[in-house]
Design a protein around this ligand. Structure first.
Ligand SMILES: [Fe+2]
Length: 197
């Protein structure tokens, strides 16, 4: 594993595999196994950005590539982080290399969604999601969670859905509103459903 540019180059090459999602999965699993967390951050984000993450960092997405067929970013989830249910409209691979991301997966029912299962992605762990996945994530630990996220589309630009955290009503994804929902959930100490698995 080299620096971020090398990772992006290898990820772009993986897109031409017969099963691109699996190839990205394998690449990210190899990447997070290639160095200790701190060293991995230094290699991927640069020394300065990595050092700023000492202590308890804030939520952050450090974008490595933003293109029509591939989006990759490094995600930092502070303790207590939680977000609202959302979809991605493509395959997704999340490689948690320090800490934990607890996922709750939802399925559609009667015009809304209902919790169907949960998955605690405890580092090192690579989560693969199909394009019809609907999920929300949280960090239940007292320490930050760090992961690499990859999506087979222009994650920040394509039309997607989000579901209100209380009413579970679906609406078009709006990044600003989604962010305000998440901040409000965090302030209120909202936790994702515990009985989802
Ligand atoms: Fe997601």
């Amino acid at each position: 594993m080299g620096d971020a540019a090398t990772l992006v180059e290898r990820a772009r090459a993986a897109l031409s595999a017969r099963d691109a999602a699996q190839a990205i999965h394998d690449l990210l699993r190899e990447t997070i196994a290639s160095a200790a967390p701190r060293e991995l951050r230094r290699r991927l984000l640069g020394t300065e950005a990595a050092e700023r993450m000492g202590g308890i960092p804030r939520f952050g997405q450090h974008v490595l590539v933003d293109s029509p067929e591939l989006t990759m970013f490094h995600a930092t989830l502070p303790p207590g982080f939680v977000n609202a249910p959302h979809d991605h409209r493509t395959w997704a691979v999340v490689a948690v290399y320090e800490g934990e991301e607890r996922n709750v997966f939802y399925r559609r029912r009667d015009g809304s969604i209902t919790p169907a299962s949960a998955l605690v992605a405890s580092a090192p762990y690579v989560v693969a999601m199909r394009e019809d996945a609907i999920h929300a994530i949280e960090n239940r630990l007292a320490t930050p969670s760090y992961a690499l996220h990859a999506y087979g589309n222009a994650h920040f630009h394509v039309a997607r859905s989000m579901w209100h955290p209380d009413t579970l009503v679906e609406q078009p994804r709006d990044d600003a509103l989604f962010g305000s929902w998440c901040r409000d959930m965090i302030v209120r100490g909202v936790r994702l459903p515990a009985d989802a698995g």
